[in-house]
Design a binder for this molecule. Structure first.
Ligand code: ATP
Ligand code: MG
Length: 577
C-alpha cells in the first residue's frame, strides 16, 4: 500500500468528545469516523484490524468444533414475545415498524432467532450437540454511548450458541469455549482474566466474563480477585467474607430509646453525632425495582450492590428512588421523614431485603421515619421482627476476605471483551424448542451462549498497547506490519532502495506500507507512531553508506542494517513467529 493513496485522514488534535485513549487515538489516527452518536465508519485501517481479529476468532471457533452461519439483523417482535424478552429487554432494544405496521427490532443479540432456528432443524438427539456462531453487527440503543468503539450503539460481535441434551454436555462445551476464548485473546496479544459475573439481560445461571485488565478510565467494571487462589469476579457478582467488626452496641446504649439526632442525614454525620462506629448503624435505602419501591437494609459501613439487590428481588430494572418518590412513600405510610431518617418500621406491604451483614447486628441504631430522630439500642427480633428476607446484596470491598481461600481480595478495573453464559432452558423452554430422545420423548435443549465484542476487542487492544505517541499494535492484529519511510522522496537512491525493499517484503507476504508522501520526515514519523505500525524502516542519508534504520515500535529498539538484512530480519520476525 502506498501511503499517498491510502484512504486515511489523521487529525492534528484528539476529537473533543473523546474521553479515553482508544477513542482518542483511533479517531486521531484515522481508523474510525463518527457518523452519529455511537455509530462509526470503520475506515480501511480499522477494517483490516477488525478482519484480523475476526480471522483469529473464526479459526479458533472452527477448531473448537463450532459452525459459522449468518442470521438476519432485523428480527420480528413475535419471537421476542415467545421468550418473554420483548417487555423485559428495556430501551436498549431498538424497536421499529415496517410498511405493513409489523413490529420488528434490530438485533442486540440473537438467542431468540437461534432458538427458533434450532427448533425447526434440530428435531432429534442424533443431531446434538451442536454449536453455531456468527460474526455480525449488533445494535443496542445504549443510554450512554461513549468511549468510541468500547461502547458503541452499533458494534461488531461474534455470538455463538450451543445446543445440548444434558447439563454435562453443556458443562463440557462451556469449558471448551472458555479455552477457545483464552486462545483467541492470547493470539490477539491481549492478556485477559476470566471472572465470574452476573448474567444480566441474557439470563441463565452461570456466566463468566473475559476482562482486559486496565488502570485507565476505560475499565468500566470493577473486578475483585485473589492472588492466592483463582477467585475473580465482577463486582456485580463478587462475594466475600468480612473481617470482624464491632456490631453490638451494648456499650453505647444501655436501653432502647428514641434519641434526637438533628441534621444527621448521612451515616458519617450520625456516627459522628452519636460517637459510634458506622458498623452500629442499620442503613435503610429506598430503591425502585420494576417500578415498585423496595427497602434495602445494610450495615452502615457497607454499600448496596444494585445488581445483587435486583436479582434478590427478582427484578429486571433497578434505580435508587428520587426524593419525590421517597416523600410519596412516606405520605402513603403516614410518615413525614426526609431521607436520612427512613427505616423499616411501619413499612408493611413494602418489600424489604436485608443484607446478611444485618443479621449479626445487636443494640444498633436505626431510622424510624421521623425527621431528626433515631431509635438506638434496637434489636431485630424486638424492634423490626417483620424482616424476613436476608440476602447477600453488598458490594465487596478490597481487603474483604476471599470466599474461596480467606486471603484479602484485591480490586482492579477491567474491560469486558467476552462473555460466556450457561443458559440452560431459559429460551428453549418458553419457546418450546425441543428434540426427541432415544425413547421418543421431547425435551427442551440445554443451551449456552458465547459472545465476543470484535470491535471492543480492537479498542481494548489500543487501551492495553499505547504510549504518548500513539498505538503499539500487537503484530497479529496490526493493520499493516511495516512502514517504509523514505526521508526525501526526491532523492533517487532513497526512493529506489525504499521501493526495492517494499517489493521484496510484499512478495514475501509481509503487509507493508510505503510512505511516499511529499511530507517532512518528522510528519511521517509522527504518523507512523500514531498509526502504530509494529516496525518502521527509514531510508535516509545513511543509505549513502549502504544502511537503513530499523525501528521496533513496541520496545523502541533501533538499529542500522543493510537493506537486505532489514528485509530478512522483518520477514523472520513477522512471518516466522
Ligand atoms: P456491557 O456490560 O459492557 O454493556 P454486555 O454484558 O451487555 O456488555 P454481552 O451481551 O455480554 O454485553 O455481549 C457480548 C460482548 O459484546 C461483550 O462481552 C462485549 O465485548 C460486546 N459488547 C456489548 N455491548 C457492546 C457495546 N455497546 N459496544 C461494543 N461492544 C459491546
Ligand atoms: Mg456481558
Amino acid at each position: 500500500m502506498k501511503m499517498s493513496k491510502m484512504f486515511v485522514q489523521t487529525l492534528r488534535e484528539f476529537p473533543s468528545d473523546a474521553e479515553v485513549i482508544s477513542h482518542k487515538m483511533l479517531a486521531r489516527a484515522g481508523y474510525i469516523k463518527k457518523l452519529t452518536s455511537g455509530v462509526y465508519n470503520y475506515m480501511p485501517l480499522m477494517w483490516r484490524v477488525l478482519k484480523k481479529i475476526e480471522t483469529i476468532v473464526r479459526e479458533e471457533m472452527d477448531k473448537a468444533g463450532a459452525q459459522e452461519l449468518l442470521m438476519p439483523f432485523v428480527q420480528p417482535k413475535e419471537l421476542w414475545e415467545e421468550s418473554g424478552r420483548w417487555d423485559a429487554y428495556g430501551k436498549e432494544l431498538m424497536r421499529l415498524k415496517d410498511r405493513h405496521d409489523r413490529v420488528m427490532c434490530l438485533g442486540p443479540t440473537h438467542e431468540e432467532i437461534i432458538t427458533a432456528l434450532g427448533r425447526d432443524v434440530l428435531k432429534s438427539y442424533k443431531q446434538l450437540p451442536v454449536n453455531l456462531y456468527q460474526i455480525q453487527s449488533k445494535f443496542r440503543d445504549e443510554v450512554r454511548p461513549r468511549y468510541g468503539l468500547l461502547r458503541g450503539r452499533e458494534f461488531i460481535m461474534k455470538d455463538a450458541y450451543s445446543f445440548d441434551t444434558s447439563q454435562e454436555g453443556l458443562d463440557k462445551e462451556y469449558k471448551n469455549m472458555a479455552q477457545a476464548y483464552k486462545k483467541i485473546f492470547d493470539r490477539c496479544g491481549l492478556a485477559t482474566k476470566m471472572v465470574q459475573s452476573d448474567s444480566g439481560a441474557i439470563g441463565g445461571s452461570v456466566s463468566h466474563e473475559f476482562m482486559v485488565i486496565t488502570d485507565t478510565d476505560a475499565g468500566e467494571n470493577d473486578v475483585f480477585y485473589c492472588d492466592d487462589c483463582d477467585y475473580a469476579a465482577n463486582s456485580n457478582h463478587a462475594v466475600s467474607n468480612l473481617l470482624p467488626a464491632e456490631v453490638n452496641g451494648e456499650k453505647y446504649f444501655s436501653k432502647t430509646e428514641i434519641l434526637d439526632t438533628p441534621n444527621t442525614h448521612s451515616i458519617d454525620e450520625l456516627a459522628g453525632f452519636l460517637n459510634i462506629p458506622p458498623t452500629l448503624i442499620l442503613k435503610t435505602l429506598v430503591y425502585v425495582v420494576d417500578k415498585k419501591p423496595v427497602l434495602a437494609l445494610i450495615r452502615g459501613d457497607r454499600t448496596v450492590e444494585e445488581t445483587k439487590l435486583m436479582n434478590a428481588v427478582g427484578g429486571l430494572d433497578i434505580r435508587i428512588a428520587t426524593s419525590a418518590e421517597i416523600a410519596e412513600l412516606m405520605a402513603e405510610k403516614g410518615f413525614e421523614a426526609v431521607p436520612g431518617f427512613i427505616g423499616p418500621q411501619g413499612m408493611d406491604g413494602v418489600r424489604i431485603i436485608a443484607d446478611e451483614t444485618v443479621r449479626d447486628m445487636k443494640n444498633f441504631v436505626v431510622g424510624i421515619n421521623q425527621t431528626d430522630k433515631h431509635l438506638v439500642g434496637a434489636n431485630l427480633e424486638k424492634d423490626i421482627p417483620h424482616i424476613e428476607e436476608f440476602k447477600d446484596i453488598r458490594l465487596v470491598e478490597a481487603g474483604d476476605l476471599c470466599p474461596q481461600c480467606g486471603k484479602p481480595l484485591k480490586v482492579t478495573q477491567g474491560i469486558e471483551v467476552g462473555n460466556i453464559f450457561q443458559l440452560g432452558t431459559k429460551y428453549s423452554a418458553p419457546m418450546k424448542a425441543v428434540y426427541l430422545d432415544e425413547n421418543g420423548k421431547t425435551h427442551p435443549y440445554i443451551m449456552g451462549c458465547y459472545g465476543i465484542g470484535i470491535s471492543r476487542t480492537a479498542a481494548a487492544a489500543v487501551e492495553a498497547h499505547n504510549d504518548e505517541h500513539g498505538i503499539k499494535w500487537p503484530i497479529a492484529i496490526a493493520p499493516y506490519h511495516v512502514v517504509i519511510v523514505p526521508v526525501n522522496i526526491k532523492d533517487e537512491l532513497q526512493m529506489k532502495v525504499a521501493n526495492d525493499m517494499y517489493e521484496k517484503l510484499l512478495q514475501a507476504g509481509v503487509e507493508v506500507v510505503l510512505d511516499d508522501r511529499d511530507e517532512r520526515a518528522g510528519v511521517k514519523f509522527k504518523d507512523a507512531d500514531l498509526i502504530g505500525f509494529p516496525f518502521r524502516v527509514t531510508v535516509g542519508k545513511t543509505i549513502n553508506d549502504g544502511l537503513v534504520e530499523y525501528k521496533v515500535r513496541e520496545s523502541g529498539e533501533m538499529t542500522t542494517l543493510k537493506p537486505d538484512e532489514a528485509v530478512d530480519e522483518l520477514i523472520s520476525r513477522i512471518l516466522n513467529k
